[in-house]
Design a protein around this ligand. Structure first.
Ligand code: AP5
Length: 208
């Protein structure tokens, strides 16, 4: 299964990805996670990406494309992968297309999780994650259990200001890739409003 997860910030891509990658036994390739690891590890890529990410902007295409093309060329991606947060611009979508054509493989599905703008800021600013396990929580919708609550962390870009900018970038840069995949006949839309379990059920229906 070669799959892409698309949606606005806070749509629930990371939340839904964990069970899907287990179901299909494919690696979860989140460009946000890869970039955050590069920032934390103080690599050259991380140094270049940090300011763009903190402000809610997009990291330049050339940096992200090189990172993803290298990652999907690894052995564990030979029979599939889930891309989460990539592509996010038309040049990224075209670069991915080219890389897959060169490898003589095709995408199976692009899953779009749709959530209205008014829900995004609340979901994003309430998010916390467990640095030990990577589990995602929400202070209102899915609070961390007491033994974990003391160690959860908030992302630097999960402020109201940065999430509004991320939303703007989603509409101006990412939403235009949707027709690109619609024309290819691989797009599936899923309503992301409801409990995570309800959304997961809709995803299973959309993929069957
Ligand atoms: P990235 O990490 O990809 O962030 P994002 O796309 O903004 O998505 P999020 O991680 O915010 O949201 P999500 O959809 O995964 O939601 P989640 O499941 O956590 O990118 C971060 C940055 O990196 C970008 O801004 C950019 O700078 C850079 N970057 C990354 N990729 C790039 C690329 N390709 N090109 C250029 N730059 C790139 O859920 C959110 C919250 O809501 C959680 O608290 C969760 O518990 C809660 N929640 C989830 N589902 C539900 C539900 N159904 N009901 C109620 N609450 C829910």
């Amino acid at each position: 299964m070669r799959m892409i997860l698309v949606g606005p910030p806070g749509a629930g891509k990371g939340t839904q990805a964990s069970s899907l990658v287990e179901k299909y036994s494919i690696p979860h390739i989140s460009t946000g996670d890869m970039l955050r690891a590069a920032v934390k590890g103080r690599t050259e890529l991380g140094r270049q990406a940090d300011d763009f990410m903190k402000s809610g902007g997009l990291v330049p295409d050339d940096l992200v494309i090189a990172m993803v093309v290298e990652r999907i060329g690894k052995d564990d991606c030979a029979s599939g992968f889930m891309l989460d947060g990539f592509p996010r611009t038309r040049p990224q979508a075209e670069a991915l297309d080219l890389a897959l054509r060169d490898a003589k493989v095709a995408l199976d599905v692009v899953l779009l999780i749709e959530v209205p703008d008014e829900l995004v800021v609340e979901r994003v600013t309430g998010r916390r994650s467990d640095p030990e396990t990577g589990a995602i929580y929400h202070m209102t919708f899915n609070p961390p259990p007491p033994d974990i609550a003391g160690r959860v962390v908030q992302r630097k870009d999960d402020t109201e200001e940065a999430s509004n900018k991320r939303l703007e970038k989603y509409h101006s840069e990412t939403a235009p890739i949707i027709p690109f995949y619609e024309e290819k006949g691989v797009l599936r839309r899923v309503d992301g409003v409801g409990t995570p379990a309800e959304v997961a059920e809709r995803i299973i229906q959309a993929l069957s």
